[in-house]
Design a protein around this ligand. Structure first.
Ligand code: SF4
Length: 418
């Protein structure tokens, strides 16, 4: 690491404005060690350390696929479009890197075709749909960010994005040319895959149990902006059931001519019970009609499972019925230890929500014991000069720690405006 970051090293020789920073070398060495030993490390590195290069270089030298996960899209962009190309120039060699976003950023070809065949649009929607259709012919990524104003029509986009709920997976006729499949293939060829915490945890929550996972296997993960980990993990290990989700399920089932009239009636009775609920969050007191709703979903699932399923559509539908059933069952049983639960009205939506209070056990089990090397870094991780609090909150029980002060002379170089 000294040869690269140190005085007279590669960076100093190749970059005009490079400044040697001892803390950057220490961080790079700590990351390198964790990756080589396949262990975990948590590093607080103050502003100006040059964190990204300090973990990207060891990641590259490691030679096996590594995920770099960020809290924000801004940092994800910076790493992919600025730091990795810089490293390529300095090292004078190409780097195999891939950039993955959450599923709902990509176009689902199958939904696009279905919408095209149905052709039910208002006049403004029709214009946007036509632009999306034209774009779909030539895009190589299917990434919504490439679309201009047509991509800003969130309601229209939500009808054709590649989210997991309605995805048919390997049974889809468009699977081989699906944008998610292509992205996954790119990621499988890459040494460094840049993702964000939302995508990482969405994938972790379903990993091993579902073909809908889009991240390839990885030997290590580096979390930058790791101060966000707890919040994002809490969001993804929680769940909710809403009248919208039921309505979507019923709508999709009817399109496939599955008989869900009983579910529809039971859902209507159940959610009508909250007709007078005021806007906002409330404790869950009574769930009248939940037994009938669960029973109706069970029946519907059995009858859907009887259908001959060549396209995979019934399988997806049955899976959705099963998920609704089991999540409603948790609310019914009140078996929500370690969860905080509530009922919420947002406009016309009624949401039963459950969020874990403490994700440390889940992260210890699903992340830190399964992934051989994890690096957590951020400018702000310690409380009172100690990592104890963050370690406890995210279940980081075993692993080294390193705290590096900022390289800036804050008294001389900072101004505070109030
Ligand atoms: S595999 Fe899933 S996301 Fe891809 S086109 Fe098919 S249904 Fe859509």
């Amino acid at each position: 690491m000294q040869d690269f970051f140190g005085p007279g090293g590669v960076l100093e020789r190749r970059l005009e404005d490079y400044e040697y920073r001892p803390s950057q070398v220490r961080m790079a060495e700590a990351v390198h060690r964790a990756l080589e030993e396949q262990s975990h490390v948590i590093i607080e590195a103050g502003t100006g350390t040059g964190k990204t290069l300090a973990y990207l270089l060891p990641a590259l030298l490691h030679g096996r696929r590594i995920l770099v996960s960020t809290g924000t899209k801004t940092l994800q962009d910076q790493i992919f479009y600025k730091d990795i190309p810089l490293l390529e120039r300095v090292m004078d060699r190409p780097i195999q890197a891939a950039y993955l976003k959450g599923r709902n950023n990509y176009l689902c070809r199958l939904k696009l075709e279905t919408l095209h065949a149905e052709g039910l649009f208002g006049s403004r929607e029709l214009r946007n749909f036509q632009s999306i259709l034209d774009w779909a012919q030539q895009t190589e990524t299917g990434d919504r960010a490439e679309l201009g104003s047509a991509g800003e029509d969130s309601e229209l986009w939500a009808r054709m994005d590649a989210r997991r709920d309605r995805c048919l997976g390997t049974k889809c006729k468009d699977y081989n040319r699906c944008f998610l499949t292509l992205m996954r293939q790119k990621a499988m060829e890459a040494d460094i895959v840049v993702v964000n915490h939302h995508l990482f945890f969405a994938d972790l929550a379903i990993r091993k149990s579902d073909a809908a996972a889009i991240l390839p296997d990885y030997s290590a993960v580096i979390f930058d902006e790791a101060h966000d980990l707890e919040d994002v993990a809490t969001e993804y290990f929680g769940f909710h059931v809403s009248n919208y989700r039921l309505a979507e399920f019923i709508h999709d089932a009817r399109k496939l001519e599955a008989d869900v009239d009983v579910v529809s009636r039971a859902a209507e009775r159940f959610f009508n019970g909250f007709a007078l609920l005021r806007e906002g969050r409330h404790p869950i007191r009574r769930l009248d009609g939940i037994d009938s709703l669960i029973g109706a979903l069970q029946e519907a699932r059995h009858s859907i499972n009887q259908k001959k399923d060549f396209s995979g559509e019934y399988e997806t539908l049955a899976r959705r019925a099963g998920e609704l059933e089991s999540e409603l069952d948790i609310f019914r049983s009140g078996d929500l230890e370690n969860y905080v639960s509530w009922i919420e009205r947002r406009d016309r939506g009624i949401f039963l929500e459950a969020c874990p209070i403490d994700v440390s056990g889940m992260l210890a089990e699903r992340l830190f014991t399964r992934v051989p090397a994890c690096v957590l870094t951020s400018a702000t991780l310690t409380v009172g000069d100690s990592f104890r609090y963050v370690r406890a909150r995210v279940g980081f029980n075993e692993g080294r720690e390193l705290s590096l002060a900022t390289e800036f002379n804050v008294r001389k170089q900072a101004l505070l405006y109030i």
